[in-house]
Design a protein around this ligand. Structure first.
Ligand SMILES: Nc1ncnc2c1ncn2[C@@H]1O[C@H](COP(=O)(O)OP(=O)(O)OP(=O)(O)O)[C@@H](O)[C@H]1O
Length: 610
């Protein structure tokens, strides 16, 4: 394998055969197009079929008009046939314009629908995939390439349809030409083959380059985002990062530009030479036709018909061949999209799985659970065993990176244990329907999403099925103290948050947290998990949130992750993790008596040292 200037591996360039085999993606693509809108697809094809016959008809009428004029100029006579021909030509021109408009309209409507459908399918499919797949750069590149495909495939659609239309036109014109002299066709074909091969070669190089640079292009997008977005502007300014970012951007983009320029120059130079070859052949054939006319073997009308159809066929053949290689190229890109759709999650949704018991009677048991993130050597959770009893409130404590969040992700089956099992009422988590399992757990993650949507929507994500239940949303906001925040917003629950959209209102960190916390109150979860939910709240708000929170989790299981021991001590039991392992486990009082690490940290914090 070669390496590009940034050291990334470049795949060996695709062989011609492989490129053409990518055309096999077209039937699947057209099934997708057909499924999007059968009527628009059918209409489009019909218009193009009609349009395909027009060039031959126009040329033929042109020939007849010239011959008729020459005849009338020499001998005079009735002009009726001449004017009928002119009227037919006018009619055809009008119909042709109308067909062009209809084709353009149907192309764009169908293209938009296909792009929308692909985007929707993409999001649906991405939602099925495992969390770890999103953390894998190779997967991310695939996703990125697939995402780019969703809009650019519109062009492919009209290209393939135009190709079919032109091939039909060409066949009809060719039939006319063959009737006169089959050799002319041969000259035509031979003349365009060199430029076709040239185009194919350069398209292939462009594709290989674009593909091998996906990670860098992703980085460029990312740098553009950091350099110019509302979220990052604050830090970029105070740390004075703009030159660093632009330099980094320029280094990568300049290298990409140089690579691309090499190909573009080669394409322009060779393209010109090979096209000149085609032009020479065309003029050779033209001279031949002129000589035949001078010798009186054909009429002037036939001469215009032949030279006209030869010229059109030359242009069309060049177009068809050029388009052919760009269709083959697009079909290769299409492969990326279909490849993405082929990726399957390893965590099976198990739709036929058991229903989660309500209420949960025996709790959740970790049996010797160990977990390592994919492609890492270190155990994030190691040999962990404990039981979360029904109604029990468990606090997870430990230093940064101890494995607390990982444990929660395992609970929600976002990951599966590398070793050991997690049982819910005696059955492993896999035995339950994934949707059911997730529906019975309410988790507010530490890095919860700040949706730049309305407050109501931000709260409703806790149970999106009930997003129209305004009373429930307001009650949830009341319980999480988000209500006070909402009171001060101009559009109250309909207020759009964040700065991305017009009239959006930015909130403080603590205010965002109160809004996010309301999500926990939206669903009737049997297990509530709060991963450092109050870190941004001021002391009074935190106290109040917990007062209310203890009411929310009354009679439920709860897992609480916090670095504040004043919060932790309200739990029934505390699990102290160190390097993913259970270091200490028991109630607040038991752990104080144990006088271990928990007791030490508790006392330090109580004295205000932590
Ligand atoms: N997506 C990931 N891929 C690979 N390793 C990860 C990933 N997420 C976390 N880790 C690693 O797993 C270990 C446990 O991380 P985890 O997020 O569970 O810690 P934590 O106890 O929640 O920490 P904190 O208190 O900082 O939130 C850490 O060593 C971390 O580097």
């Amino acid at each position: 394998m070669r390496k590009n200037p940034l050291g990334t591996q470049v795949p060996p360039s695709q062989s011609l055969r492989k490129r053409f085999s990518a055309l096999q993606n077209l039937p699947r693509f057209f099934r997708l197009v057909w499924a999007t809108s059968p009527s628009l697809t059918l209409g489009n094809i019909l218009f193009r079929l009609l349009k395909a016959g027009i060039p031959l008809a126009m040329l033929y009428i042109g020939k007849e008009i010239i011959d008729e004029i020459i005849r009338l100029a020499g001998t005079g006579g009735a002009q009726r046939y001449l004017w009928t021909l002119v009227a037919a030509e006018l009619g055809l021109t009008i119909v042709s314009d109308l067909l062009n408009r209809c084709i353009g309209l149907f192309d764009s409507l169908l293209g938009d629908l296909v792009a929308n459908k692909t985007s929707v399918d993409l999001v649906h499919h991405a939602a099925q995939l495992d969390l770890y797949q999103f953390e894998n750069p190779v997967f991310y590149d695939k996703l990125e390439r697939a995402r780019r495909q969703t809009t650019s495939r519109t062009v492919l659609l009209s290209q393939v349809l135009s190709q079919m239309q032109d091939i039909l036109s060409l066949g009809l014109l060719g039939a006319g030409l063959v009737a006169f002299n089959p050799w002319l066709i041969l000259i035509l074909v031979v003349a365009v083959i060199p430029s076709f091969l040239g185009e194919t070669h350069f398209n292939e190089r462009t594709y290989s380059l674009t593909r091998s640079w996906t990670p860098e292009r992703r980085e460029l997008d990312y740098l553009r985002y950091i350099g110019a977005s509302a979220e990052t502007a604050k830090e970029v300014k105070v740390f004075g990062l703009e030159n660093y970012l632009t330099d980094r951007f320029k280094t990568i983009s300049d290298k990409y530009y140089l690579e691309n320029r090499k190909i573009a120059i080669g394409r322009a130079g060779w393209g010109y030479l090979l096209a000149a070859l085609g032009t020479l052949a065309y003029y050779g054939a033209y001279v031949f036709v002129l000589m035949q006319t001078l010798a009186g073997l054909i009429t002037v009308g036939t001469m215009t018909f032949l030279s006209g159809s030869f010229q059109r066929m030359h242009g069309m053949l060049q177009g068809i061949m050029g388009r052919f290689s760009s269709i083959a190229e697009s079909a290769l890109y299409l492969q990326d999209l279909f490849d993405f759709f082929e990726i399957q999650p390893t965590i099976r949704a198990n739709t036929a799985g058991a229903k989660v018991p309500r209420p949960i009677r025996r709790g959740i048991t970790f049996e010797n659970v160990s977990f390592r993130y994919p492609d890492t050597e270190v155990w994030a959770v190691r040999n962990l065993s404990f039981t979360l009893q029904p109604n029990e409130k468990l606090a997870l404590v430990g230093e940064n990176g101890a494995g607390k969040t990982t444990l929660v992700k395992l609970l929600a089956r976002l990951y599966e244990p590398t070793e050991g099992r997690i049982l819910l009422d005696g059955l492993p988590l896999e035995a339950y329907s994934l949707a059911e399992l997730r529906a019975s757990i309410g988790i507010i993650f530490q890095d919860y999403i700040r949706y730049e949507m309305s407050v109501a929507d931000n709260i409703a994500v806790g149970d999106i099925e009930r997003r129209d239940d305004e009373v429930l949303i307001a009650e949830s906001a009341q319980k999480s103290l988000a209500h006070e925040v909402v009171e001060r917003l101009p559009a109250r629950y309909q207020q759009v948050l964040g700065k991305r959209f017009q009239n959006g209102q930015e909130l403080s960190g603590g205010q965002w947290q109160k809004v996010a916390l309301a999500r926990a109150y939206m669903r009737d979860a049997q297990l509530v998990v709060l991963d450092e939910p109050t870190s941004a709240l001021d002391a009074r708000a935190e106290h109040e949130v917990f007062q209310r929170f203890s009411r929310l989790i009354e009679g439920k299981m709860a897992v609480l992750i916090s670095h504040r021991f004043s919060t932790v001590r309200m739990a029934d039991r505390i699990l102290f993790l160190e390097n993913g392992q259970r270091l200490e486990y028991g109630s607040h009082e038991e752990l104080l008596v144990l006088n271990g690490k928990y007791a030490e940290l508790f006392q330090l914090q109580a004295k205000g040292y932590l």
